[in-house]
Design a protein around this ligand. Structure first.
Ligand code: FAD
Ligand code: PYC
Length: 416
């Protein structure tokens, strides 16, 4: 996206969209960089952007085996919220939320961040107790949130079946007004353009096939386009993190699962907020284009296929139709899956590794899109300084030895 004057806009509108400038270059890989980022999703690109912008480190390559955002970044359902239970994760996601609030301006790129609010429904007394506890914790951390009763939910979403004899009775919800959605691929493209403009090389169709390690220190990577040197390497490869860790000679406590979503035919505006129910494994919002965007919990088995099983979407759709009978005759247009990397405590890993100079940023599971700006910002600081940023420190892989886990299964929003 470029800056155009009014005249420029008219000229381009009439020009059949010819002669648009490329938003980033297609450079030949150099022999050596100061920092290599493996993975050209939102998190990897954001890391490169902040390395250049905040830390002045511009001799950086982002190495992507496919195309930008072809992983989970452009497969996700774009929900952004920061209402996590524990102080450590609340701080991390709220840091990200604050960056979201200024992101379009910072990148000079419209990421269509829309703070339309997110409801996390409660269907049982225990759900409501958990919601109360989480909202109290959020407010102590300065994060906006309210506990709503059934009527409060019905007022916000009049089309939902909140009657007493519904199959999934709605007892209430947590409501985060500042939460919402953003345009996923614009996030990847905005960060890519900003990083490229500051000198970062974005290398697409380039696959990392191994690490060059001497005396316990990383000195570069092997790729399908030859070896590339770097003394600092950050892996931000989402569902493939376990595969990369194995190449480097260690194991991560991660399982990769399919996570599915689907969109309907476009409808007139009918749902102006995001409704999630961890209990029934389903959530729904309406895109600016009018499609219903619906997502499920993870498929229970591990795998690297970017698809999922019919049983999982069938379960989710029956729950959505129970809660929204008005949608029972809407036709679905597309279904897809991504590979999500899940940790035992449903929290990410932002960490140094047993190999000096090699860092991993992964394990965001079903919920990393919302963290994209914050994750990139603090991972860049971690790579630049060679030690964990204070917000990253609780998410070191050491926690799986020390037992200092941060259990966010309750706030994960989507079961995993
Ligand atoms: P990715 O975008 O997957 O980027 C990783 C990149 O690494 C990929 O492009 C891949 O090609 C590349 N790569 C892998 N191996 C190599 C290699 N060897 N060499 C070079 N490149 C390599 N989160 C939310 O917060 N809200 C949501 O609503 C939400 N909904 C979701 C719905 C679905 C269906 C899915 C699948 C996920 C959802 N998520 C959501 C999770 C979110 O999408 C991810 O946590 C987040 O996008 C991860 O971003 P990333 O940049 O780390 O990963
Ligand atoms: O973490 O909020 C979330 C989420 C919503 C859909 C998938 N993940």
């Amino acid at each position: 996206m470029q800056h155009y004057s009014g005249f420029g806009l008219v000229k381009h509108a009439l020009s059949h969209h010819e002669n648009w400038q490329r938003q980033w270059r297609n450079p030949t890989p150099k022999k050596e960089y100061d920092v290599i980022i493996v993975g050209g999703g939102g998190h990897g690109l954001a890391t490169a952007y902040y390395l250049a912008k905040v830390h002045g480190i511009t001799n950086v390559a982002v190495i992507e085996k496919g195309w930008l955002g072809g992983g989970n970044t452009a497969r996700n359902t774009t929900i952004v919220r920061s209402n996590y239970l524990w102080d450590e994760s609340a701080a991390l996601y709220e840091h990200s939320m604050k960056l979201w609030e200024g992101l379009s301006q910072d990148l000079n790129y419209n990421v269509m961040f829309s703070q339309r609010g997110v409801l996390n429904l409660g269907h049982t007394l225990q759900d409501m107790r958990d919601i109360q506890r989480r909202v109290n914790a959020n407010r102590l951390n300065g994060i906006d949130g309210e506990v709503l009763d059934t009527k409060g939910v019905q007022d916000i979403v009049p089309i939902m079946d909140c009657s007493k004899n519904a199959r999934y009775p709605v007892m209430g919800a947590s409501w985060q007004p500042r939460a919402g959605v953003a345009r996923h691929d614009a996030v990847a493209w905005g960060y890519a353009r900003g990083a490229d403009a500051r000198g970062v090389d974005i290398l697409q169709q380039t696959e990392v096939t191994g690490f060059k390690i001497h005396d316990g220190r990383v000195v570069g990577v092997h790729t399908n386009r030859g070896d590339i040197g770097a003394k600092t390497v950050g892996c931000v490869a989402s569902g493939n993190s376990g595969v990369l860790a194995k190449m480097a000679g260690f194991k991560l406590p991660i399982e990769s699962h399919p996570l599915q979503a689907l969109v309907s035919e476009p409808l007139k505006p009918v749902l102006d907020t995001v409704v999630m129910s961890n209990h029934v494994h389903g959530y729904i919002s309406q895109s600016d284009k009018g499609d219903l965007v619906i997502g499920a919990g993870i498929d229970g088995y591990v795998g690297y296929g970017q698809r999922g099983s019919y049983a999982t979407v069938e379960h989710t759709l029956q729950a959505i139709v129970e809660m929204f009978p008005i949608f029972s005759r809407v036709r679905m247009n597309r279904q897809w899956g991504g590979i999500v990397d899940t940790c035992p405590d449903a929290c990410p890993i932002l960490s140094a590794t047993p190999v000096k100079g090699l860092f991993f940023n992964c394990g965001w599971g079903t919920g990393g899109f919302k963290a994209t700006p914050g994750s990139g910002h603090i991972f860049a600081a971690t790579l630049a300084k060679g030690k964990a940023h204070p917000l990253a420190a609780p998410f070191s892989i050491d926690r799986f030895h020390t037992g200092a886990l941060v259990d966010e299964h309750g706030a994960a929003g989507v079961a995993h």
